[in-house]
Write a new protein. Structure first.
Length: 134
């Protein structure tokens, strides 16, 4: 069974042909957090990444949970926040937590998740058209 390695606010999973990273990002202006995910394609990198910065593709999981849960300026009990986050993980949006990173899986993930930007190197690797980001 594959597991995540935690470093600061990043969890990195070696998942077949990719590294999947889940990241908690703190807002600069409030007590809100954002839940980011990033994927690095192993064939396109030299080292195991330690954060989602510079990932080949990625997005946010925020839209799968009530935004109030991620805002710590309100009085929602921690138990309720954890319960909602556990539901998010168990729902496995886009099958993200099970993906192994085959080209077909990644292309399907891009189309199903509404990712608006994929780095050019990953576009070429996945055989996506050059006007993908337009």
């Amino acid at each position: 069974e594959k597991y995540y390695i935690k470093k600061n606010l990043n969890w990195v999973k070696d998942a077949g042909e990719i590294y999947l990273i889940i990241n908690i990002q703190k807002s600069q202006w409030s007590k809100k957090i954002y839940l980011n995910w990033g994927i690095f394609i192993k064939q396109l990198i030299k080292h195991v990444p330690s954060s989602s910065v510079g990932s080949h593709l990625g997005g946010r999981l925020d839209n799968f949970v009530d935004s109030k849960i991620l805002d710590f300026e309100n009085e929602i009990p921690m138990e309720k926040r954890l319960e909602e986050l556990e539901k998010l993980i168990n729902s496995n949006p886009y099958d993200l937590f099970e993906i192994q990173g085959t080209k077909n899986e990644l292309v399907n993930l891009i189309h199903n998740s509404g990712i608006l930007s994929v780095v050019l190197l990953a576009q070429e690797y996945l055989g996506l058209s050059s006007d993908f980001n337009r």
